[in-house]
Structure formats: C-alpha cells, structure tokens
Design a protein around this ligand. Structure first.
Ligand SMILES: CC(=O)SCCNC(=O)CCNC(=O)[C@H](O)C(C)(C)COP(=O)(O)OP(=O)(O)OC[C@H]1O[C@@H](n2cnc3c(N)ncnc32)[C@H](O)[C@@H]1OP(=O)(O)O
Length: 415
C-alpha cells in the first residue's frame, strides 16, 4: 500500500472528520461533529490517502504556551487518527514524520500534545512533561485547615447561564496564564465551544454548565465552571455530585473561596475534579488531604523540534554550563552536541545553546529533554531509570536542577 500525505482542502473536511469519528468511536453524528471544524487550521492539517480514501489524519493548532520564563509559540498536535481498517501499517509513523518536518520548516521549536494512550508517542521523541491529578472528595470531609486565607472583601456571584460570565472568566484566566508552564492562550473557539460549551454530549449525564465568580469591588479574582449531577438515595437522602471542569483564581484567598463554594454546594455529597495540577494548593487547604482520593495521569507531552532554539528559549532555575549529546533518530537535524549555558533569571532569552565540538558531559535522548523541558520532570530521576548517560560527574544533577521549575507544569485543557 502506498500512502500519500498532504493537507486537506475544505471539501475534504467531511472525510477527514469521518476518520476521527471512526477511530475515536465517537458517538456524535456528522452534524454534531461539524463544530470541530472551527478548531482546524486547514493548512496545518495532514491526511493520509489510500487512493482517494482518507485513512489517517492529524492537525496542528498554533498555540502560545507558557514555558519557564514566558510564553512561546508551540505546535499543538491534535486529531491524530488512523482508520481501524488501516491500523498498524505505519500510517501514524508517516504522518508524525511529515508533521515534525513541517513544524521544523515553519520555525517552531517545540511541539506538544495530549496522548489518548501513553504508549504511543515516546517513539516519536515526545516526552511526558507534565502530569495531572484527579480528586474524588467526600464533601463532608472537606474542611479547610484553620489558617486557610479569608478575605472579607470577597463575595461570590452566580453567573446564569455560565457563558454570560465569559469576560470575567477570561480575565481571571489571562491573569494566571503566563505564571505556569504548560498553560496556553485559549482561542475564541476554545472558549466558546469547549470551555463554555454546553451541548448535551458535553454534559455526560450531569446538568447544565454552571459558573461562580469570586470578586471584590475591583473585579473578578476567581471562578469555577462546573456541573451538578443531582441525585437522591432510595431513602431520599441527598446524593448529588459536583463535577469541576475549570477552576482558576488570581490569589490564595480567592482560590480558597472558589473551592469552598463548590465543596459546599447544597445537596451534594461528592466532588469530582479531573486534570488538576500536581501542586494544586487544594492539597494544603484541606485539613484531611487523604480525602482528596487523588490519582494521577499524564498531562502534556513535549517534543523538541529544534533543540538548540528550544533550550535557548526558556529560563533556568540555577546556573548551568554543560555539553549535551542529543540522540534523535526521527529528526536527524537535532542530533549532536550542544553547549548549554544559562544563569538563573525570570526572563527567557538569557540562555545560549550552541553546537559544539567539545566532549559531551551527558548523552540525552530527545524524549528525555522534552520531558524535562517544562520543568516538571527532573532529569535526575530519568537518569536513575538509566535513560540518560552521564559522562562528567555532577553534570546530570547540574542540568536537572537548572531545568526544574516552580510552579509545576500543567496544560489544564486538552486541545
Ligand atoms: C494527540 C492525539 O490526537 S492522541 C489520539 C491518538 N488517536 C487515537 O487514540 C485514536 C485510535 N487509534 C488510532 O487511530 C491508531 O491506532 C493510532 C493513530 C493510535 C496508531 O496508528 P497506526 O497507523 O496503527 O500506527 P503505526 O502503524 O504507524 O504504529 C507505529 C508504532 O506505534 C505502535 N502503536 C501504535 N498505536 C499504539 C498504541 N495505541 N499503543 C501502543 N503502541 C502503539 C505500533 O505498534 C508501532 O510500533 P513499532 O514501530 O514498534 O512497530
């Protein structure tokens, strides 16, 4: 089978979308699925054709994502799918190879994705750069610690319908976006159709999207977007559940009040939140953190497409001067030795990462560098797993410390 790969034209969208629906076992009709057309940058789509039939698909969303030190352009890889009739014949491999070449030619140095399954993307040089947590909290065991912050100037306002609060919600999110690696600017379509979307299929058996804003006289300082799954036991005891979708605040007192408000929702006995950051302050607010019943999942995967520019384009937490030998099978332009020199500082652009002929202090596969890129995956642990080779004593610790970052990375929303 020979497969041809190219971007689709507008008229090919329905066939492209079919691959997505079939591969993801989507319950949506073609009409319902059409809303996703708004997310597609046609010229950044790629389809694999077997004759006239589209059998594989992927696309890139042009993102502005925060990395340690500030926001940079990032290729957000999405909509990866191969028809069940054509799986395991190398079509994904062809799509990924072409896509990485396209991203490189376009001058973007970093690609990111959310993986449907964690085993897929390591082979293409993506590293697991962030994790996220889910919480299942029995609300009657959710008391806060005694010293939880309280600001009497704050009040809670319900926004009905939720979309009426878009300006306030966006304002809070924008105030936070550049403070944490992984957060990315949300496009108009992302806000409208995704974050504030309230179609039946988005409700998953719960009620409409609800919103509460925490504010003072100067404006909004926090919000929660959530749904309530109402319910009663056989004995008429309230048994409702709060499902938190999106929750941000600009400061600790607002953060505490937003959480308190969703945890205290009347007639609800459990709160579920997915995709929370691994350093969520809620862990410190709850008097009984065990009651979070937390578990973790992989969040963002990062691929360095231009190692030199990517490493020079972020800030570092400690001084570093090491020669890194990069291994990269799929993007041979990356392979080779680089000297990374940086001093700690809050702004990007202070580091240099140039090609060098000097002997290597470390040998690092590109996926491990991608995993460490956002600062949440210390290379020291990757080295302890035997996946990084140290040639000069102390070099691994030096690089690991310099690349680590607080707060921990988190994308917060699948793109
Ligand atoms: C960013 C995103 O959009 S994530 C969404 C990914 N898409 C989905 O999960 C939808 C359902 N699945 C699919 O559409 C397909 O099975 C895909 C896209 C995951 C894989 O497509 P294929 O064309 O079958 O992959 P391809 O034949 O190129 O496989 C390449 C390699 O990856 C491996 N691989 C492929 N899929 C998986 C998987 N789900 N788990 C583990 N390994 C996998 C193959 O075994 C092969 O390994 P090898 O190189 O050692 O031989």
């Amino acid at each position: 089978m020979t497969v041809q790969i190219r971007p689709i034209t507008e008229s090919e969208w329905p066939a492209f979308a079919t691959v997505d629906r079939e591969s993801f076992n989507s319950p949506l009709s073609p009409d319902q699925h059409d809303r996703f057309r708004e997310f597609l940058e046609l010229e950044r789509s790629l389809a694999a054709f077997d004759g006239d039939l589209i059998v594989g698909a992927t696309a890139v969303a042009s993102l502005t994502m925060t990395v340690p030190g500030g926001p940079v352009p990032v290729a957000g890889v999405t909509a990866v799918a191969v028809l069940p009739s054509h799986r395991r014949r190398g079509i994904l491999t062809s799509l990924m190879t072409r896509q990485l070449n396209d991203v490189h030619e376009r001058g973007e140095s970093v690609a990111a994705l959310y993986a449907s399954e964690a085993a897929i993307y390591g082979r293409f040089g993506y590293g697991r750069a962030a994790d996220n947590l889910f919480f299942h909290i029995p609300t009657h065991r959710s008391a806060f610690v005694r010293d939880a912050p309280v600001d009497p100037s704050l009040r809670v306002r319900l926004a009905v319908p939720a979309e009426a609060a878009r300006a306030d919600v966006e304002r809070v999110f924008e105030a936070v976006r550049t403070t944490r690696p992984g957060l990315y600017a949300r496009s108009d379509a992302r806000w409208r159709l995704d974050v504030l979307g309230d179609e039946e299929f988005q409700r998953r058996g719960a009620g409409p999207l609800r919103c509460l804003i925490v504010e003072d006289d100067s404006g909004p300082r926090g919000y929660a977007l959530f749904r309530v799954k109402g319910g009663w036991t056989d004995h008429n005891v309230p048994d409702g559940e709060v499902l938190v979708n999106d929750l941000f605040a600009t400061d600790p007192a607002a953060y505490a009040l937003v959480w308190r408000s969703v945890l205290d929702r009347d007639l609800c006995v459990r709160l579920h939140a997915w995709g929370r950051p691994v350093d969520d302050p809620l862990m410190h607010l709850l008097a009984e953190p065990r009651q979070l019943n937390a578990g973790w999942l992989d969040d963002l995967w990062i691929r360095l497409v231009d190692v030199g520019r990517a490493l020079a384009g972020r800030a570092y937490a400690a001084p570093v001067d090491v020669v890194i030998e990069v291994e990269d099978r799929l993007c041979p332009w990356n392979a080779g030795r680089y000297r990374l020199v940086a001093s700690p500082g809050p702004v990007t652009g202070k580091a240099s990462c140039e090609r060098t002929g000097d002997p290597a202090d470390l040998t690092v596969p590109v996926a491990a560098l991608g995993a460490a890129y956002l600062g949440g995956r210390p290379l020291l642990a990757v080295g302890a797993a035997g996946l990084v080779t140290e040639h000069s004593e102390g070099a691994l610790r030096e690089l690991s410390t310099a690349m680590s970052w607080e707060p921990r990375p988190w994308g917060s929303l699948i793109f």
